[in-house]
Write a protein that binds this ligand. Sequence first.
Ligand SMILES: [Zn+2]
Length: 413
Amino acid sequence: MISSQRLEDRINSLARIGMTEEGGVTRLALTDEDRKAHQLVRSWMEQAGMSVRVDAAGNLIGRKEGTNPQARPVVMGSHIDSVGNGGKFDGTIGVIGGIEVVQHIAEENISITRPVEVIAFCEEEGSRFQSGGIFGSRAMTGKITPADLEIRDANGISRRQALADFGLNPDELFTKAIRRKGEMALYLEMHIEQGPVLEQKGIPVGIVTGITGLSLTEIIVEGKPNHVGATPMGMRHDALLGACEIATGIEEICLSYGSPAVGTVGTMEVFPGQVNIVPGRVVMTTDVRDLDVERRESILQRIRNHAESVAGRRGLTVSFDTKLKANPALCSQEIIEVMKRESERMSLSYLEMPSGAGHDAQLMAELADMGMIFVRSTGGSHNPREYASMEDITLGTELLSRVALHYLNAEEV
Ligand SMILES: [Zn+2]
């Protein structure tokens, strides 16, 4: 049986490591708190009958063998690092849920053919070294460069140093931490939704169809700074008004494409930024995401055309600087079908939905077929009010268990 009580006890004891005054969690990667969390999670993995190691990238990996040692493993995972003053469910339920599945297998003496692994990935959040996160999963896919190791935290400690202080050999990260494509049978991750959709629809779990690919573009609008009293309204080239029109256009364009397209202007800097000067320059960042690369690129092109027409009409100039582009990762259709079938057997209502947030699963999809389960959450995420009920977490873990067991005894994957 999946033990709801044990899941709850473990979520709460992990939350006590790095707990903040507001009841949130600050547990940054490769810190003393992270070390304590590793010790605790390692002890649970061992209780579930797994042998445990930490790879050179700081990923904590538990493994239990099946009857066929040559078979490729079924891998479950997520992360146990947090943002500053974050919530206690983000990441942790995927790791604790994965361990619960293995403990269930051990306690019920269920025979499995394939090995099973549970991974707590290093620095998914990227809150300590501020370099985009998903560090451990990027290391597994061979995407870390030596420059990534020289990035420093707020105290001037390099990642290389932090890994060494954690008892690891950072140079082995480029060889020993890498997993080959096809080496894993598949990868499963359970995570809180972090958005309002499941709550609003009154559905406990989501079956994820894919993780949207984000793009980050800086848009620079140039006008003419001028005296606010002496420049008549009809003779201005106000960069801020142009930027605002571009921003509302981005909303309209994304709405017209429909879900899962989302576009956000998250920052806008106004220059010279003085009360008595017509704004001459605005730098704004736009985050655009969709599950389909072609759709995302076509949205970006529409935004460009729109911005240029606004600029033309207002006598401004506009330029674009692409800062980041990540490809979307689709979940395996076959895993989705198994998840749907098992949900129906549990009489569990589910919603098929995309993930707008990035996860380690996005990287693992490059190595193996990938599937994700979302658990309904409230209170937003990355804050102490983040919440998921034990009922929903238990249902999600039950589903995770059924899907993992299906594949653990499947001949072909
Ligand atoms: Zn997370």
